[in-house]
Design a binder for this molecule. Structure first.
Ligand SMILES: [Zn+2]
Length: 81
């Protein structure tokens, strides 16, 4: 049996929760929302979508994952001494 991790997200066409699988990371049968998945899985699914292999499980619309990096400095509430 092949192992994988599952990424789930809301389809922009039908608004239902759809999933896709990735073998890019540790493949421990974990489930991640699109906002908490490891970057290795996000990039794997993005590449798969660019090859035309990402479809909604429900409406079967072809989808593309567009990855945008947002990096923000956050306060640690500690001043250097
Ligand atoms: Zn859909």
């Amino acid at each position: 049996m092949g192992c994988f991790d599952t990424l789930y997200f809301i389809c922009p066409a039908c608004n239902k929760i759809t999933t896709c699988q990735s073998k890019a990371d540790e493949c421990l049968l974990r489930e991640f929302s699109i906002n908490e998945a490891p970057l290795t899985i996000i990039l794997d699914v993005e590449n798969d979508s660019k090859r035309g292999n990402l479809y909604c499980d429900y409406c079967e619309e072809q989808l593309e994952l567009k990855v945008q990096y947002i990096v923000n400095p956050v306060l640690k509430n500690k001043i250097r001494k």
